[in-house]
Design a protein. Structure first.
Length: 305
């Protein structure tokens, strides 16, 4: 499950995970259990009565963080329960990134966010005031100030100061100034280790891919060009939703940009395909992407991990 390309270093990338849950047996009992067994965890009340959030007091490399939370879930599983209100937020270190890299990440997230939503339940992002879609104005603002940094008009600290504080979005910059991190907020909490790994790897790998070293700023487009979208926000089914070298960039191409590159191997991509199909079956406006991983293997000769 953890097989990655040789040059991938994301398993050693410092991350922090916030894990929201509800208690089965009351605040004080659960707090005592967690404080006794896991003193390295912060324990906070969120969103009112019986809704709690945990996060580590320090950052761990990704592989160690995954192992910690897997062990934690195995220990406290019967004390906790999850529902659609329980989110999992992934904080990723950006202290080594330039303003161009950070602006490119925000622009890419904005343009591909409707593709990411194919694998995430609507309750996590639709009409959710705590996890809104990134707006075009956010991407344009980051682009504008990255240009100013590129021209030498401002320093990195000034750039960070101007784009920090966008908290309640699928990609949040709220902790960028204070802790140097970008936060992914759309994922739901899970007790399944493979799902935990699947979601965190998507966030970390896409962050690394979209903020890769470059001197080129990704221009914000007036429309999301990576997929065909109706005004309702649903993805159109059309004959063009097949990809090949001779066809324009379309839904299949967009899906690959997010879930193949973000998953790092086709074993993980297959899990995202299953999630997208399962959610599509509950909503007739969502596209059924069945067979896309097999098509990637056939067309590009890539073996699944």
């Amino acid at each position: 499950m953890h097989t990655l390309r040789k040059h991938n270093t994301t398993l050693s990338k410092p991350v922090s995970i916030e894990w929201e849950f509800k208690s089965r047996d009351g605040y004080y009992n659960l707090k005592d259990i967690i404080n006794t067994r896991y003193p390295e965890l912060n324990f906070e009340t969120e969103h009112g009565h019986n809704h709690y959030e945990l996060n580590l007091r320090h950052y761990l490399p990704l592989n160690q963080s995954i192992q910690f939370w897997t062990d934690f879930v195995n220990q406290v599983d019967w004390h906790t329960r999850l529902d659609e209100q329980c989110g999992m937020h992934v904080h990723i270190d950006m202290t080594d990134k330039t303003p161009i890299q950070i602006a490119n990440l925000i622009t890419s997230f904005y343009e591909f966010q409707n593709v990411i939503q194919l694998g995430i339940p609507r309750t996590r992002w639709e009409s959710n005031v705590n996890c809104k879609e990134v707006r075009r104005e956010n991407a344009e603002f980051a682009y504008e100030y990255a240009q100013k940094w590129q021209r030498g008009e401002i320093d990195r600290e000034t750039f960070i100061s101007h784009i920090s504080g966008w908290k309640f979005y699928g990609l949040s910059t709220n902790q960028l100034r204070s802790y140097g991190t970008i936060e992914w907020r759309w994922f739901g909490t899970t007790k399944v280790a493979s799902k935990l790994f699947q979601r965190v790897m998507l966030a970390v790998n896409l962050t690394e891919y979209w903020s890769r070293p470059t001197t080129k700023l990704f221009k914000v487009t007036s429309e999301s060009p990576r997929m065909r979208v109706r005004k309702s926000g649903a993805i159109e089914k059309s004959k063009g939703n097949r990809y090949s070298k001779g066809e324009p960039k379309n839904l299949h191409w967009s899906w690959r940009q997010v879930f193949e590159y973000g998953s790092e191997n086709l074993g993980q991509a297959k899990m995202w395909e299953a999630d997208c199909i399962r959610l599509a079956n509950h909503n007739i406006e969502r596209v059924d992407l069945e067979g896309i991983v097999d098509e990637i293997k056939t067309r590009y000769g890539k073996a699944g991990a």
